[in-house]
Design a protein around this ligand. Structure first.
Ligand code: BES
Ligand code: ZN
Length: 671
């Protein structure tokens, strides 16, 4: 793919004066709005045995939805913080689809299965079962003999202390330091490590849970959490709307609640709660904005749970209770588009769900588009444009290095599918770009109404790309003939790269940033304070993103002295500055880099730092040192990613010499 036309072009010096003038006049308009960075996508967990995609089955599950599906799941679980296990029973209410079926096949990973029973004539009877040897990607297939096709089956089990979908933290690893903490992360295929189930998004079921724990911790689930629940170690939950397994979630710790509105609020450790409520005070407005665009919020409450910094993602859209990294609490609301994103999943993802990860863009692309619409509506077009430009520049960098087959939005049947690749920046940012393209062609009014009807039409269903396309053909393309061609749709959905006719987004604010950067690279004059003082997080991110790959030591020291990047509290800045420091041999940043990388387990923020480090022998040695210290506090998903990176490292013997930065080396070739 050619590099994105929205990437800042190399400007000749005669152009600079004009750019600077533009900067200063724009500055007088003065707007600096809150919001957040776009979405370099999280990859799924580090497991690397590819499976082959077929048209309609989910290659990442042993479940057989054509034979039997779970309609309801009743959990009775005990949390044991000392043993780091969950033990108890899972009872399935089943709907048999095939009256010749004699087996119920469930997904499990590292579970000890104690017994399996089936209900017949009101009596629970033991059932035969077999737990297959573990597949490294899929876990262990649990085959239960059900010659009577029981309506209810019950499995008694215990999780492993190393369950891939759970993290258990000691009190020292929490903010308060007094009580332990635990949380789940089920997407993509980790629910099976804490509940035996049909672990495919193709199946939806309601659930209830009775959970016991030590009495001093509060337990929450992706269900009807009661803000007034007594903290007594005995909790019950109900999720009456049918959900897919990857939205199963549980967390426990020293958690307190504060409301944002009648239906929205924050759960967090006492030391964090006030900062979190202030940062996320726009949540109710976000819900109202999304409802105005796409119809009612269908999940009753919408609460946020602030997790410890080891949470491996930015956010996870667990229904009624989004799990959120604390790294977006930066004090100026500049990273709250993460909340818009997780909230948007209440429509795109939780209400209308991909039927398997190869249709991941139906969740993440739609959500990134809706996120941007929420941000535009709340914080203005310039702000949402900045977010699109940041995301699309990252996409342009990433996509060129990807195999062509994985540059398509929807994975074609027959393609080798690695769990790592199923969701990439393509699903997020190319997905959102495609929807923006449709919006521009059909016009906002038509496209908004179409999307609203789409969410209604497929509410509480799990669908494929082809189902979306059939629906769009009948309800959008055919109703407005000659607006898009079949070839264009095919190119977007199944083709590599970004179509040449994709809509282009320009940010006026970034024009100012570009002129400042180019002026500095051409002379050692940093932009005037009046300019940079008005920059939001997004402008700093763009400034850092468009610097040359390496700077001289003097340039690094000058930037650091002026802007204090080393030691920043802002993870989005840290994930850009520290890799630049590593590549440039600016070792003054090493201590702060190490402290950041040890404290934070969010993969998006720390993987670029590890990736920069492992390029050289001394960097690899530092990466190993940091990882050894950080590992006890990392989540299993992060540990797996860092381990893989270090194991596959091919370092150069010496640090790359710090290149002299000039505008000539600074940017990708213009398209
Ligand atoms: N559902 C994802 C997180 C996820 C994706 C977990 C794939 C496991 C596998 C969540 O909604 C998400 O996209 N999070 C992003 C937020 C960002 C794009 C605003 C993240 O964690 O960075
Ligand atoms: Zn998402």
């Amino acid at each position: 793919m050619p590099s994105s036309p929205i990437r800042p072009r190399r400007a000749g010096f005669p152009q600079l004066a004009a750019l600077l003038l533009l900067s200063l006049s724009a500055l007088s308009l003065g707007a600096c709005k809150p919001g957040a960075e776009g979405s370099p996508a999280p990859a799924t967990e580090a497991r690397n045995t590819p499976v082959t995609a077929t048209a309609d089955r989910d290659e990442h599950s042993y479940a057989q939805p054509d034979k039997v599906v779970t309609e309801d799941l009743a959990l009775d679980l005990a949390l044991d913080f000392d043993a780091r296990t969950i033990a108890g029973t899972a009872t399935y209410t089943l709907q048999w689809k095939d009256d010749t079926a004699t087996e119920l096949v469930l997904d499990t990973r590292d579970l000890a299965i104690d017994k399996v029973e089936g209900e017949a004539d009101g009596q629970w009877q033991p059932l035969q079962f077999a737990l297959a040897p573990a597949d490294p990607t899929l876990g262990s297939k649990l085959t239960i003999e059900t010659p009577q096709r029981n309506t209810r089956v019950r499995v008694t089990y215990t999780t492993s202390p190393d369950a891939s979908g759970l993290q258990w933290l000691t009190p020292e690893m929490t903010e308060g330091g007094q009580l332990p903490f635990m949380f789940s992360q089920s997407q993509q295929i980790h629910a099976r490590s804490w509940v035996p189930l049909q672990d495919t998004p193709a199946i939806r079921y309601t659930y209830t849970a009775h959970v016991t724990s030590r009495p001093d911790v509060m337990v929450l689930m992706s269900a009807d959490n009661d803000p007034d629940a007594a903290r007594d170690g005995d909790y019950t939950f109900s999720m009456p709307q049918p959900i897919p397994s990857y939205l199963m979630a549980i967390a426990a710790g020293d958690l307190v609640f504060k409301p944002i509105s009648g239906r929205a609020g924050v759960w967090a450790e006492p030391a964090t709660i006030d900062r979190a409520v202030a940062e996320f005070e726009d949540t109710e407005k976000m819900i109202e904005t999304t409802e105005a665009l796409y119809g009612p919020y269908r999940w009753e409450r919408y609460d946020l749970l602030i997790l410890p910094p080891s949470f491996p993602y930015g956010g996870m859209e667990n229904p009624r209770l989004s799990f959120i990294t604390p790294t977006v609490i930066v004090g100026d609301k500049s990273l709250v588009s993460l909340i818009a994103h997780e909230l948007a999943h209440s429509w795109s993802g939780n209400l209308v769900t991909f039927s398997s990860a190869k249709h991941g863009w139906l969740n993440e692309g739609f959500t990134s588009y809706v996120e941007n619409r929420i941000v535009e509506s709340l914080y203005g077009k310039e702000f949402s444009d900045m977010e699109y430009v940041i995301a699309r520049n990252a996409l342009a960098d990433g996509i060129a290095a990807m195999p062509e087959a994985t540059q398509a939005l929807a994975v074609r049947p027959g393609t080798e599918l690695d769990a790592d690749d199923a969701l990439s920046a393509v699903s997020y940012d190319k997905g959102a770009w495609f929807l923006q393209f449709l919006e521009q062609r059909f016009g906002r009014e038509v496209f908004d109404a179409f999307l609203r009807d789409y969410f209604d039409h497929f509410a509480f269903q799990s669908i494929t790309t082809e189902q979306f396309l059939d629906y769009a053909r009948a309800n959008l393309f055919d109703k407005h003939p000659d607006t898009v061609t079949d070839a264009e749709i095919q190119e977007w959905v199944y083709g590599p790269g970004i179509p040449a006719y994709a809509p282009q987004v320009l940010s006026r604010n970034f024009g100012i940033v570009d002129s400042a950067r180019l002026a500095w690279l051409g002379s050692p004059q940093l932009p005037p304070r009046q300019i940079t003082d008005a920059w939001s997080t997004q402008e700093w991110l763009h400034f850092l993103d468009s610097l040359p790959p390496t700077l001289t030591h003097a340039q690094m020291a000058q930037l650091d002295a002026a802007y204090g990047f080393t030691g920043t509290d802002n993870g989005e800045i840290a994930m850009r500055w520290y890799p630049l420091a590593v590549r440039s041999g600016y070792t003054e940043a090493n201590d702060a880099l190490a402290a950041f990388t040890e404290r934070v387990g969010r993969r998006k923020l720390i993987m670029p730092i590890y990736t920069a480090l492992v390029q050289t022998e001394p960097g690899l040695a530092l990466a190993k040192e940091i990882f050894a210290r950080a590992r006890p506090g990392y989540h299993p998903i992060t540990t797996a990613s860092v381990e893989k990176l270090i194991a596959e490292a091919k370092p150069a013997p010496a640090p790359a010499p710090a290149a002299d930065a000039t505008t000539e080396t600074s940017e990708a070739p213009s398209p």
